[in-house]
Write a protein that binds this ligand. Structure first.
Ligand code: MG
Ligand code: ZN
Length: 189
């Protein structure tokens, strides 16, 4: 079975900018391209898992979100990086758009998007890394039996202050995505 790694989108791959509702708000972090290339060279399948409640909150349409996601994948493809899957959750329990109002199974820290990746890519999530800038990303990792890595980019510094050592057990706290991937590389030797 191939190795898989799960990555958050905003604040992890591209700069956090509140709700991203336009393509021109997409800016990759400096370390993103080298980090993803390193992951590919280590044989990882790359899966992006992203909560996008802006759709539920009527800040952007699902179609606009899909265009932003396509633009992100194109930016990475232009650098020679093929992302294996990008999943998003457009729902929220307090949505103002009725069709997106639900307590779904795909909103992180629930594992719906992870289960989908396992089925579609025939990978095993247990033990896999989940990199993100929020504690919900760390909780997601714990929920699927993975290893969470918290980044200090995006909301990371604020989130770190809320870290509850009884509840959150990140395997590593990284300065940014490149630092995290370099740590993974060192730990896997
Ligand atoms: Mg994030
Ligand atoms: Zn959902």
């Amino acid at each position: 079975m191939d190795k898989v790694i799960f990555l958050d989108r905003d604040g992890t791959i591209n700069r956090e900018d509140g709700y991203i509702t336009r393509v021109d708000q997409l800016h990759l972090y400096e370390g993103t391209v080298p980090a993803l290339k390193m992951l590919k060279s280590m044989g990882y399948r790359i899966v992006i898992v992203s909560n996008q409640a802006g759709v539920a909150k009527a800040l952007l349409t699902e179609q606009a979100l899909q265009e932003i996601n396509s633009a992100l994948l194109s930016l990475l493809k232009a650098e020679g990086i093929l992302v294996d899957r990008l999943y998003y959750c457009p729902h929220h329990p307090d949505a103002i758009v009725p069709e997106y109002k639900k307590a779904c199974e795909c909103r992180k820290p629930k594992t719906g998007m992870i289960v989908r990746a396992e089925q579609e890519l025939h990978v095993m999530a247990r033990g896999a890394y989940m990199i993100g800038d929020k504690l919900t990303d760390i909780e997601l990792a714990e929920n699927f039996g993975g290893r969470g890595i918290l980044l200090l980019t995006g909301y990371g510094k604020q989130e770190l202050k809320k870290l509850d050592p009884n509840k959150h057990h990140p395997a590593y706290i990284g300065k940014d995505i490149l630092d995290a991937v370099e740590w993974i590389k060192k730990s896997n030797i």
